[in-house]
Design a protein. Structure first.
Length: 264
């Protein structure tokens, strides 16, 4: 131990360093603090086995033991669709204003009553949150609504929007969990407006500095957005713009600059 540390942590007993003699007799009562410590160390050492084997329950190692972290950046935007630096800066400014407004009025919105048909799932209910955010139509991959469903909005079918009265009730653990659920969904499914609205809202609720789990999630999200826009066959400008927006927020607002789009 360094001397500076030793000064902050003085010894409790005034004993000097010593070597344990071979003829030490543990049956003789200790007469000094030094003899007491020598006796204690010898007895404790005798009780320790030569080899210690840790008892590990394999069942506890089966869940979430592998963490895959990719350090690769985002794929470049399709030619002609790379956002300008001015556009990216404006999106960051708009997003910052949204976050400030949300934090300022969070208590007000949290106090508002939810409609009777709004039942927020528990934080650990992954399937419940996917249905809640995306709706049974997207969750069940139904292409179109029937005629009688077009007469009114059935949020059970089309998903609940990220209303302020809803997201203000979500703590950071829930925000991170739902973000993980939707990113997992997005990893195998197509991008939809419903998904985009919720991803934007959850990013707006995400507190800085980021926890390691949230840091990994948003990087995963940005890379997935870059993959999807490259594979966008019809080059839907509205969808590519939405994907550009998410990449922009992750890279420039949350300081993941290695994932940023190069200005066109």
């Amino acid at each position: 131990m360094e001397s500076g540390v030793e000064e902050l942590m003085p010894r409790l007993l005034p004993v000097d360093d010593c070597d344990l003699a071979e003829d030490f007799d543990p049956t003789v009562p200790p007469r000094t603090p030094q003899d007491h410590l020598i006796s204690f160390c010898r007895i404790e050492a005798a009780r320790c086995p030569d080899v210690v084997v840790a008892q590990i329950d394999p069942k506890k190692l089966r869940k979430k033991q592998t963490v895959n972290i990719s350090i690769s950046g985002c794929q470049p935007a399709p030619e002609g669709y790379s956002p300008t630096l001015k556009w990216q800066q404006q999106q960051v400014a708009n997003f910052s204003a949204v976050r400030q407004s949300l934090n300022k009025h969070r208590n007000h919105w949290r106090s508002q009553h939810l409609d009777s048909n709004v039942t927020m799932p528990k934080s650990e209910d992954e399937e419940g949150w996917k249905k809640f955010c995306l709706g049974e139509r997207i969750y069940s991959e139904i292409d179109a609504l029937s005629d009688n469903e077009n007469l009114g909005i059935d949020y059970i079918k089309v998903g609940f929007p990220p209303l302020l009265s809803i997201v203000s009730r979500m703590n950071q653990a829930t925000v991170t969990s739902v973000l993980e659920y939707l990113i997992s969904w997005f990893g195998e499914k197509k991008f939809t407006p419903e998904l985009g609205r919720w991803l934007y809202a959850l990013l707006a609720c995400l507190e800085k500095p980021l926890l390691p789990e949230a840091h990994s999630l948003i990087r995963q999200l940005a890379r997935r957005c870059s993959e999807v826009r490259v594979l966008e066959e019809n080059k839907n400008e509205e969808q590519i713009s939405a994907l550009n927006l998410i990449i922009c927020l992750v890279s420039r607002y949350f300081d993941q600059r290695d994932l940023a789009d190069e200005p066109s």
